[in-house]
Design a protein around this ligand. Sequence first.
Ligand code: C2E
Ligand code: CA
Ligand code: CA
Ligand code: CA
Length: 278
Amino acid sequence: AKTLGKGQFQFYTESLNVAARERLALDSALRQAIEQDGLHVVYQPKVGAHGQLYGFEALVRWDSEAFGSVSPARFIPLAEENGLIGHLTWFVLRHACHQAATWRAQGHGHLRVAVNISPSLFREKDLAALVQSVLDAAGLPPENLELEITEGMLMGDVQRALAVLKELKAMGVFIAIDDFGTGYSSLAYLKRFPIDILKVDRSFVMECDLGNEAVAITRAIVSLAHSLNLRVVAEGVETASQLAVLNALGCEEFQGYLFAKPLPGPEAAAFLDAAPAA
Ligand code: C2E
Ligand code: CA
Ligand code: CA
Ligand code: CA
């Protein structure tokens, strides 16, 4: 082990304590926010090349009194560690399904609402039953719901994850692989798993206006997806030239700041009213 000077060591433990204390405070604030409806859900449009609207991705937001607006990139991993992720997901799922049911009742029956599902939830045996109960309560048909999962669900019990996925698929829910290309990048499971949609990670999308070399990987991903009959969504599209390249590669759906940031419910409804028919 590395030998640290006495002063350094003290500094190290002190900053550890500060971090641990802050984490504990954040933890209990998050717990409270989940219990007391202190979270809310925003919706980012997924559109076609001509602006036609296919659906929205539901993204959770937390404006904490003590911590201000906390990024999900920070509190989702926390919720996964402290066991709150199930409650959090249930919250987002309920809100998203209720929102989609409302839009459906207003004549937008083709829209899909996508909810992010943490890999750890695939190890719970009742995920499919839980999703079904939320759909039932909202009166939402399963084809209006999409679940975004990452390659991380392949960690650990693959058989279990596969069984749950098949159950969800049999219910009629759409399954998307999120952040594709950043994790395992194992192509074999794409064929083995009942997946409908592939989301190309923003890190590839970002490079799409930089020239041929950067585009090559994305082209390969899109053509692989299409050969497996998957629909391709490009996420994090920020510029018109990225859109032009991705459209030429054959991506079906686009999501990103070029079109809209994640929007609160009423603003999402206004976006919906303004969008050309899909
Ligand atoms: P993600 O699932 O990949 O979600 C996309 C993230 O990219 C969102 O960040 C979104 O606001 C952001 N984004 C969208 N378009 C653009 C763009 O054009 N440029 C840039 N720079 N960013 C863009 P957000 O909302 O901060 O979420 C971060 C991550 O937190 C998500 O990544 C997801 O992994 C997780 N997350 C968010 N909401 C939930 C949730 O309800 N449940 C779970 N399990 N995870 C969630
Ligand atoms: Ca996502
Ligand atoms: Ca993503
Ligand atoms: Ca991403």
